[in-house]
Design a binder for this molecule. Sequence first.
Ligand code: NDP
Length: 263
Amino acid sequence: MAPGFVIHFGGKCVVVTGGNRGIGLEISRAVAKAGASVAIIYRSSKDAEQVATNIGKEFNVKSKAYKCDVSDADLVNKTFAKIDDELGPIKGLVANAGISVVKPALEMTTDDFNKVFTVNVLGVFNSARAAAKLWIERKHQGGSIVITSSMSSHIINQLGSNKPLTQIFYNSSKGAVTNLTKGLAAEWAPHNIRVNAIAPGYVDTDQTAGMDEKVKNYQAENVPLKRFAKPEEMTGQAILLLSDYASYMTGGEYLVDGGQLIW
Ligand code: NDP
């Protein structure tokens, strides 16, 4: 008997920025499993090409890695055009690449601000615009953009073990991303381009690996589901938003946080 609810991207191409590790890697694998060609964008990793090859073999889809710093607008535009020619048509984008700097606010520098905002806000914008430009100019009849925001667009993560420590520029960059999502969704709705965000809670990746063990345990205890997420637990919402099942969803931000924001 045929299953009643199936998402299949049937050879369409999905671009995943930061798709070579962590949450992005699991989203790359999930879209490949759903039949999409996958373009993985990475910044400097040595094994991204091998990661892409492995995904292609495992799921029998086209999969390729593209080295591109998402904060460089010209390079992002050129890379997306190349992907569209090589693996396209691009129909989906997961703008997922993100970084953090953890330091007391009094020690943060302009360089720290620029580092975080040029990836987490400008990088997301550059990627979204590159996809939208293609979709509009090449008449691809729309597409879906999923942005990886964070539950910390709503709350401040407490990262200190004996006194408050935050990642103030990260938290504020994710707050900015929520409004970026809404603004782009509003502007591009007439082109049938949907823009949504997922807002993960704590996820076990390289980004959280350096957290103080005591703080980590305390934070995990605070989550109603009593644990950090595995990166693959972020894929369901992303896949849904990329798919036609979400055809009336745009401008939204969807928590995947184990219930953390209930408290
Ligand atoms: P990781 O630190 O595991 O991976 C970061 C990814 O982003 C890498 O693939 C990296 O590429 C890529 N990247 C970083 N800077 C750039 C750049 N300038 N250009 C292109 N690619 C870049 O991150 P996570 O998987 O933990 O996080 C993914 C997203 O989810 C981020 O936006 C993060 O803020 C968000 N998030 C994470 C949470 C968590 O608890 N982990 C919670 C909430 C949100 P390379 O390997 O080449 O360096």
